[in-house]
Design a protein around this ligand. Structure first.
Ligand SMILES: Nc1ncnc2c1ncn2[C@@H]1O[C@H](COP(=O)(O)OP(=O)(O)OP(=O)(O)O)[C@@H](O)[C@H]1O
Ligand SMILES: [Mg+2]
Length: 245
């Protein structure tokens, strides 16, 4: 298997006494798309929230085990730095409603107190919107609010906002579940293009979406990793009865 950029080792997560992830071991291949699948409540969102240190923001939440990015233990790194290297996009598009498209893209820098020159800002805004396949649609209205955009465009704006931090890994939590089929296929194409420059972890309920875009699939069931492997193999010859079902 190709080289892993992110390693999850003997990792468990809890809400209070309640274990929601149990002893997960997973090596995420670099510049590939890994789909995380499994029934509702199995821990998909929790897993990716642990990968960018968001889980611990919930009171009473706890983790054990190790997650490393390029061999650096992310739980021994400043969480702000981790979230810069590991970006996240949520199910519902959530651009900052009072901000322009332009300010949305560079919001991560402002929130982190990172000062940029005007030129640097322009470069990052254009580069990120191009990478998110949104530039041509918004280049003439950069100073309008992001909320004027369609749902699919808003989600691409959120992807641009995450890409602006030039992350190593991008976490996508059911990014198309609130979108119509056309906007969905646009985002699926975009995800496939992005893997040349960023490692992608895609949580999806949608089996055909996983089959269309992902290289590897991890299947979770009741907080356990049941199966992990090349997507093609998983869909044609699952090893585990629960995956097959
Ligand atoms: N803030 C919380 N406090 C307590 N328990 C929680 C909290 N958030 C989630 N859980 C529980 O953790 C388990 C895993 O939830 P999680 O959201 O990770 O599942 P999921 O696989 O993403 O589900 P879905 O497909 O519905 O999005 C569930 O049993 C859920 O009830
Ligand atoms: Mg979820």
């Amino acid at each position: 298997m190709e080289s892993a950029v992110l390693r999850v080792e003997n990792f468990s997560a809890f809400f209070g006494q309640n274990p929601v992830l149990r002893e997960i071991n997973l090596a995420i291949p670099e510049n590939r798309i890994t789909a995380i699948m499994g029934p509702s409540g199995c821990g998909k969102t929790t897993l990716i929230r642990c990968i960018n240190r968001m889980h611990e923001l919930t009171p009473d939440a706890r983790v054990s085990g190790k997650i490393s990015l390029n061999h650096e233990d992310i739980y021994a790194t400043d969480p702000i730095v981790v979230r810069r290297q590991i970006g996240m996009v949520f199910q519902k598009p959530n651009p900052f409603p009072m901000m322009s498209i332009y300010d949305n893209v560079i919001a991560g820098y402002n929130l982190n107190g990172i000062r940029l020159s005007k030129d640097e800002k322009h470069t990052i805004v254009e580069e990120s919107l191009r990478r998110a396949a949104l530039w041509d649609e918004v280049k003439k209205s950069l100073h309008r609010r992001g909320t004027f955009l369609s749902g699919g465009q808003q989600q691409r704006l959120c992807i641009a906002r995450a890409l602006a931090m030039r992350p190593t890994v991008l976490l996508l939590d059911e990014p198309t579940s609130a979108l119509d089929p056309k906007a969905t296929s646009h985002i699926e194409e975009l995800i496939v293009q992005l893997k040349d420059t960023v490692t992608i972890i895609l949580v999806t309920h949608n089996i055909s979406q996983a089959a269309r875009v992902s290289d590897f699939t991890a299947f979770l069931y009741l907080g356990e990793l049941v199966e992990f492997g090349p997507t093609e193999k998983m869909f044609t010859a699952p090893k585990n009865k629960r995956t097959e079902a």
